[in-house]
Write a protein that binds this ligand. Structure first.
Ligand code: ATP
Ligand code: MG
Length: 255
């Protein structure tokens, strides 16, 4: 059975796209069939997968607004996973969908047509609790929450958890938090270590064992149109994301 996960955090720049792209590449390297859905008009996951968002003939916008077939829009990335690309047009979908019946289920309906072809579908959410993010949450089995171990990160987390609880209660009974992923971690910074300890105390096994270090190779990779795990597979960041892929596969099999 396919597992559909949103990578979400309404806070900007916390490592959602880096996590989605690298987890997709890691899972693909572990022989999993993976589709990455770029649900962010910034199109960073599209570009970071080596697909030029300005050259796409059709994108997720066409799927959501015009009903273009999912299979027609997806593109294969060099890292071995499929991508449903997005660009700035997707921001318009938010407005066009508002008056539709079942506006929050458009992505779910579209994904249903291809989901049997994959082991994992990863959805890169925009930094907002918007209708687009809601579409992601409505079709997902779970949410992966990347976060930096900083003081304000915990504040934002409660809003996100409230939203996930509300979606679970009203729209999608399957939705659960798969786990919190500590990213851009620097163990030399005492505050980060303290927040990391607090997370473990409070959320227990909802905190992934894998910790993604701050690593410049991960930040450099997108400008080369490659996930970090492909760009420099020996870097600490790449190795951490490869390990994260293993942890995800183990968690899914344990269920
Ligand atoms: P947005 O909210 O805008 O969609 P995001 O949550 O998707 O942002 P990213 O784009 O993944 O965040 O990361 C923000 C920046 O931090 C990028 O420049 C990225 O290259 C860099 N970055 C992400 N993870 C790491 C890491 N582990 N080490 C170093 N730099 C990182
Ligand atoms: Mg992003």
């Amino acid at each position: 059975m396919v597992k559909i996960f949103c990578v979400a955090n309404q806070k900007g720049g916390v490592g959602k796209t880096t996590t989605t792209v690298n987890l997709a590449a890691s899972l693909a390297a572990h022989k999993q069939r993976v589709l990455l859905v770029d649900l962010d008009p910034q199109g960073n996951a599209t570009m970071g997968s080596g697909i030029d968002k300005t050259q796409c003939e059709s994108t997720l916008y066409d799927v959501l607004v015009d009903g273009t077939a999912f299979a027609e829009v997806r593109v294969k990335s060099a890292a071995g996973y499929d991508v449903l690309p997005a660009n700035r047009e997707l921001a318009g979908a938010e407005i066009e969908l508002v008056n539709r019946p079942q506006r929050e289920r458009q992505l779910k309906n579209a994904i249903a047509t291809v989901s049997a072809e994959y082991d994992f579908i990863l959805i890169d959410c925009p930094p907002a609790l918007s209708l687009l993010t809601l579409n992601g949450l409505c079709c997902a089995n779970g949410v992966i929450i990347p976060m930096q171990c900083e003081y304000f990160a915990l504040e934002g987390l409660s809003d996100l958890i409230d939203t996930i609880k509300r979606v679970h209660a009203n729209l999608n009974r399957e939705l659960q938090i798969i786990g919190l992923l500590r990213v851009m971690f620097d163990s030399r910074i005492t505050l980060q270590q303290q927040v990391s300890d607090q997370l473990e105390q409070h959320f227990g096994d909802k905190v992934f064992n894998t910790i993604i270090p701050r690593n410049v190779r991960l930040a450099e990779a997108p400008s080369h149109g490659m996930p970090g795990v492909v760009f420099d597979r020996n870097s600490r960041g790449a190795q951490a994301y490869m390990q994260f892929g293993v942890e995800m596969i183990k968690r899914i099999r344990a269920k």
